[in-house]
Structure formats: C-alpha cells, structure tokens
Design a protein around this ligand. Sequence first.
Ligand SMILES: [Zn+2]
Length: 85
Amino acid sequence: MSLKDISLTTTKIREFLNRLAGYEGCQYHGIEWRCGGPQFTYAKKIMFLMKIPKAEQEKFLELCKEYGGYCDCEMIIRRVLLQFI
Ligand SMILES: [Zn+2]
C-alpha cells in the first residue's frame, strides 16, 4: 500500500497528526502524555471527529503500520506519513 491508495490530502494528514499530538489525543506537549496503544484509540477518535470514512480510516492505519507507526504516539513521533511527502 502507498499514499496513492488513500484519498486523504497532505493537509488532512497534517491536521490529523497535529490534532493527535494535541489535547484531544496524546497531549504530547503536556505534563503527561498518553497513548492509546496498538488499538489506536486516539487516532481513531480524531479520525472520527474529522469525519473520515471508516474504510479510509482502516487503510490509513494499515499504511501507518507499514511505515512503522504501531500506536498513537509512534504515529506522532515518526510523523510516519509526512516523511514521504
Ligand atoms: Zn504509543
């Protein structure tokens, strides 16, 4: 799978990663950050809030795993998808 297989734009992916790092997600810049683990709890929550269709969410998470992001915080730390854009 590659970025071409998903319909999310670069802008959307940036918005997603920023929100995932923010107060709605891992609170990465807070005192204590959190991670939803391999269930992608926060990633799924934010994709839901962004109204990304379910099928698209699943493809996106698959792609993240292929790029080495196996949990919420790894997606942020690695900014897994953006390094290829
Ligand atoms: Zn994590």
